[in-house]
Design a protein around this ligand. Structure first.
Ligand code: PHE
Length: 367
């Protein structure tokens, strides 16, 4: 029977000798210190703290020692592994911070560098403002209607109670196309869209129609042979002038802000009866200008003229196939360019038509 192996001296188990363990630990610490980046540190971790690292292997030897020797060897190896683990964690933190720092440096964008790309154009303010006006009505459940710029004389005039000899035809200086027998014009207003709408739809009708119109006007600071109108047409049972007023007041408050008041002035249009010109109070001086005589926006008027409107003439309803006994309606036609000029303090109408991007870019934030 063999007795305890009293000859066995743990100090002689080479991997567990103090110098050996210290050397393994120092090797590991040196390698950790030398790891230049996270990838290198990963390898060092495997080599010096992984399952097959010298310290892990040494740890396994401990079990083979006689109990008396295990404690000391265990303490020594455990402390070495602990030191290595701490050094790894500390180095990991340092390298992660460095990696992040480097990323920030490498991915820095110099926002002050000169910009060499072609500037993008901006949508034209007439386009965005027309859409904005239409949106106000669409939000009330109206639809947007469209018509052609080159229009039949009958729709531009006759259907709207402007017969060939009607004196009001001369109110609108018309561009005629050739040959004259074709009876085709460049539409002088957006009102033919009223006729087109009534001819193709059945009431109730609630439409708004922004668009381009043409008249043989001089081209100056307040006139242009091409300009823009927004037409509105409502045909339903029991429609009165009050509905017209309410709808337009709502539109103007939506476009120019709360508190905008309006006034009707008696007027004449063959296609409406009664007819009115509508003005809105100047949104800058709020009507105070005539007293103080100083407002540049309304030029001291206190009011801004918007355009014509009225109750649809029953003769127009009949010409367009609408039962004038059953239905009534209202219509309006306002100048978009004028409204835009007032809204933005544009002094010269020509700025709107000359296509200078320095002008349109100032409106470029609108989408
Ligand atoms: N079409 C008219 C114009 O251009 C404006 C208008 C439209 C008036 C609708 C009444 C009703 O002057």
């Amino acid at each position: 029977m063999s007795g305890p192996n009293s000859e066995y001296d743990p100090v002689q188990v080479t991997p567990l000798e103090a110098v050996e363990v210290d050397r393994m630990r120092d090797d590991a610490l040196a390698a950790i210190d030398a790891a230049a980046d996270l990838a290198a540190l990963k390898q060092v971790r495997q080599a010096h703290a992984g399952d097959r690292s010298p310290l892990a292997l040494a740890n396994r030897e401990i079990g083979a020692l006689p109990p008396a020797a295990r404690k000391e060897a265990g303490l020594r190896v455990g402390q070495a592994r602990g030191a290595v683990g701490q050094a790894l964690a500390a180095r990991q933190e340092v390298l992660e911070a460095a990696a992040e720092e480097q990323m920030l440096v490498e991915e820095t964008v110099d926002v002050t560098l000169p910009w060499d790309r072609q500037a993008r154009g901006a949508r034209h303010p007439i386009t965005t403002f027309s859409e904005r006006i239409a949106d106000v009505f669409v939000a009330m459940g109206w639809e947007v209607a469209e018509g052609p710029l080159i229009e039949a004389e009958w729709l531009n005039f006759d259907a709207l109670n402007l017969g060939p000899d009607h004196p009001a035809r001369t109110m609108q200086d018309t561009f005629w196309t050739e040959p004259a027998e074709d009876h085709v014009v460049l539409r002088t207003h957006t009102s033919p869209v009223q006729a087109r709408t009534m001819l193709t739809r059945t009431p109730p009708i609630y439409v708004v129609c922004p668009g381009r119109v043409f008249r043989t006007d001089e081209y100056d600071a307040t006139h242009s042979p091409v300009f823009h109108q927004v037409e509105g047409l409502v045909i339903d049972e029991g429609i009165t002038m009050a509905h017209l007023r309410g709808s337009l007041d709502h539109m103007l408050q939506a476009l120019f802000g709360p508190g905008i008041t309006t006034r009707f002035r008696p007027s004449y249009f063959p296609f409406t009866e009664p007819s009115a010109e509508m003005d809105m109070v100047c949104f800058v001086c709020r009507g105070a200008a005539p007293a103080v005589d100083s407002c540049r926006t309304c030029r001291g008027e206190g009011w801004i003229e918007l355009g014509g409107c009225g109750v649809v003439n029953p003769r127009v309803l009949t010409a367009c196939g609408v039962d004038a006994e059953r239905y009534t309606g209202f219509a309006f036609g306002f100048g978009i360019d004028r409204m835009l000029m007032f809204r933005h303090g544009i002094e010269d109408l020509r700025d709107l038509f000359e296509g200078d991007v320095r002008f349109t870019t100032a409106f470029g934030q609108e989408i």
